[in-house]
Design a protein around this ligand. Structure first.
Ligand code: PG9
Length: 661
């Protein structure tokens, strides 16, 4: 714990000559020479004080004014105490540290040095009420607050108490802090001019950290909710500590754990991990989750917005895409840009992001983004410095390793191309199937089913999905959830009998897919519930070169590179609020969206789709029976025969948004 922050006014910096800025404002001596650190308690409308750390430029020449650039965080605004400075520059990035801002970091309610109660994804107050009404709240009731009002009150305090400010404020944050950036937008303070939600947590049930389409993200939730909590009277063992007692193999660890309910056993959380319990109690898209979806509140957006996300973000890819989308749809006139790069969670803030696993992007994509987009965005809107006029969307193509710009995202020109999952492992358009069938002749037993009218009787592939032997999400042994799984070679999965594989012929021409992918499966299960995982894969040709600098480590010929994958918990196929059981062995449609991609499948490559019903331990196991998974017992987890249909009445397939020739 750091020292209590003073509630005294912020002193006026002494006028002096502008400093000679180093090219890399990265060390603490730079920060101390050019900034004064102040720790303050900032009072909110309900009297709660939020611990706020400021780095104020020391060189204030008379009349020189600076904007605020703020990050609100549940991960500590520290270091705490006015003598303790951030080591890596005063700003959130190297480049912004070289600009002069009044940098502000604030602990949100109930975290670290701030008073109040931490709330998971603080529900937003109704936005219809005027700010005045929101300030007062109903008579005799506690003053209502949310992250928008806390941001508003902080800005009001900063403007009044910090000298030499220019009256403008910017906010940025990655991940949870990205949520706080988004949450500043409803009924924003008029001084808030530029907001950058980066990998913002947005809807925890639908696609961010906690669940995807209702399926529980076991590996991350177990690790994260265990740590992320209000202080408890007794420590809860960390995932790492629990791990030490067992082999460092997450697959085995979670098999040993057994049903989710066991996590509250005495050797694990013992009932003390509050958010874990909340997540499990709320196993449908109920009022708890709906209140934690910030999207409906993103109306009347006035500040300029720059939404940033990473194609290989295993946590909040959904959040970036859907925050951008909600602002765009609900605020037609707003300044709202999207940047999607070849990044894992927050990789754009790393000094260098030129390679990832076997991929080499040929350029430092993180630096490019910070220099050409992030820094100019804040400089322009907060300081009138330079121009900021990028395309609506700046998006990295993960197949060509090039940045592309679009006037809309997804591109308007993208045309949905249906690719059907057919018998004999064929993935083809209806037209291609027709051509193939014509070549094979009506008598051939290799005839390919196609939409709309080839195989008229029910026709399917099937596999036995066994919760005791789930399909791993990554090959080999991994202790922690890696991000590499998002581009990993899927040959390990293709070898399993419980993974269906469909692929095209080698492409005659490049094929670019830009936008969200649609999965439309016709399936049945011998049980009453089932999960489906659909994976879109880029299969490299046999002569694909090995990556540099470790050419020996990977055999790239035939590499099945994952481009996008998503899970759907089958019980939610009709409604996320009101789940429904499957009728055993009856073909049923399961339709859902996979997150966007921008990927060119090159000439000579193949497109592949894999379908499976487990993805462990990334996702918890479905007992394959329609019962409460949070309280299910070991004996409830049963094998099921899953069928994937490909006949006229049940044409399973994927819709790809294809652009260009
Ligand atoms: N994506 C992170 C998170 C948020 C909420 C729950 C679990 C994880 C984060 O890094 O902030």
């Amino acid at each position: 714990a750091g020292p209590a922050a003073a509630q005294t006014p912020v002193p006026t910096p002494a006028p002096g000559p502008a400093p000679m800025l180093p090219t890399r404002a990265q060390d603490s001596s730079f920060v101390r020479q050019h900034y004064r650190k102040l720790d303050r308690q900032v009072p909110m409308r309900d009297g709660t004080n939020l611990y706020t750390v400021l780095y104020v430029p020391l060189d204030a020449a008379p009349g020189r004014r600076y904007p605020f650039l703020m990050t609100r965080t549940p991960y500590s605004a520290g270091p705490y105490g006015e003598e303790n400075y951030r080591l890596r520059g005063p700003g959130p990035s190297r480049e912004l540290s070289e600009e002069q801002y009044i940098f502000v970091y604030q602990d949100v309610r109930g975290r670290y040095q701030s008073e109040g109660q931490f709330e998971e994804m603080t529900p937003a107050l109704p936005t219809a009420a005027s700010d005045k009404a929101r300030r007062r709240g109903p008579k005799g009731q506690p003053t209502p607050h949310d992250e928008s009002t806390d941001t508003y009150d902080t800005i009001e305090w900063l403007l009044k108490n910090v000298p030499n400010n220019n009256g403008r404020v910017g906010i940025m944050g990655i991940s949870y802090p990205g949520f706080y950036a988004t949450a500043s937008l409803p009924t924003a303070h008029p001084a808030l001019k530029a907001v950058s939600p980066q990998a913002p947590v947005t809807d925890e049930f639908m696609g961010d950290d906690a669940r995807h389409n209702g399926a529980f993200f076991l590996l991350d939730n177990f690790d994260f909710t265990n740590y992320f909590d209000v202080p408890r009277p007794q420590p809860v063992p960390t995932y790492e500590a629990l791990f030490k007692a067992q082999p460092a193999d997450a697959y085995q660890f979670f098999l040993n754990l057994g049903p989710l309910a066991n996590a509250n056993g005495p050797q694990y959380f013992n009932g003390r991990a509050r958010i874990w319990n909340e997540y499990l109690q709320h196993d449908t898209y109920d009022a708890y989750w709906q209140a934690r979806n910030i999207r409906p509140h993103l109306t009347g957006v006035r500040p300029a917005v720059l939404v940033v996300g990473g194609w290989f973000d295993a946590e909040d890819l959904f959040g970036a895409l859907h925050t951008y989308k909600a602002i765009e749809q609900q605020n037609p006139g707003a300044t709202n840009h999207l940047v999607m790069g070849p990044w894992t969670h927050g990789a754009w803030s790393r000094p260098d992001w030129t390679t990832f696993g076997p991929l080499n992007f040929g350029q430092n994509t993180a630096q490019y983004y910070r220099q050409t987009l992030e820094t100019p965005f804040f400089n322009h809107y907060l300081k009138d410095k330079g121009t900021f006029n990028p395309a609506e969307a700046t998006v990295f193509n993960t197949g060509t390793n090039a940045w592309q710009t679009y006037p809309t995202w997804p591109p308007k020109a993208a045309a949905g191309r249906s690719m059907f999952l057919q018998q004999h492992g064929v993935l083809a358009t209806a037209k291609e199937a027709e051509t193939m069938n014509a070549l094979l002749g009506a008598e051939s037993n290799l005839l390919i089913s196609r939409a709309p009218d080839f195989i008229k009787t029910p026709h399917f592939d099937e596999y036995l999905s066994d919760p005791a032997h789930p399909v791993p999400y990554t090959a080999g042994v991994a202790a922690e959830r890696n991000s590499e799984y998002m581009i990993e070679d899927q040959r390990f999965a293709a070898q399993r009998p419980d993974v269906l594989v469909f692929q095209t012929e080698p492409l005659a021409e490049d094929l670019t897919v830009a936008g969200p992918l649609g999965a439309d499966l016709w399936v049945s299960t011998s049980g009453t519930d089932a999960d489906f995982v659909v994976k879109l894969i880029d299969v490299l040709p046999a002569d694909a070169p090995a990556p540099q600098p470790n050419p020996d480590e990977l055999l790239m010929g035939g590499y099945q590179r994952l481009v996008r994958a998503e899970v759907m918990r089958g019980r939610f196929r009709q409604s996320f609020e009101h789940p429904t059981a499957f009728v055993p062995n009856q073909p049923t449609e399961v339709k859902y969206e996979l997150p966007d991609v921008l990927h060119t499948f090159k000439k000579g490559h193949r497109l592949m789709v894999q379908v499976q019903s487990t993805w462990f331990p990334l996702v918890d196991r479905n007992p394959q029976q329609f019962l409460n998974i949070s309280t299910a017992k070991a004996a409830d987890f049963q094998k099921a025969t899953i069928r994937l249909y490909h006949d006229t009445a049940h044409p399973s397939g994927l819709t790809l948004p294809v652009v260009g020739p």
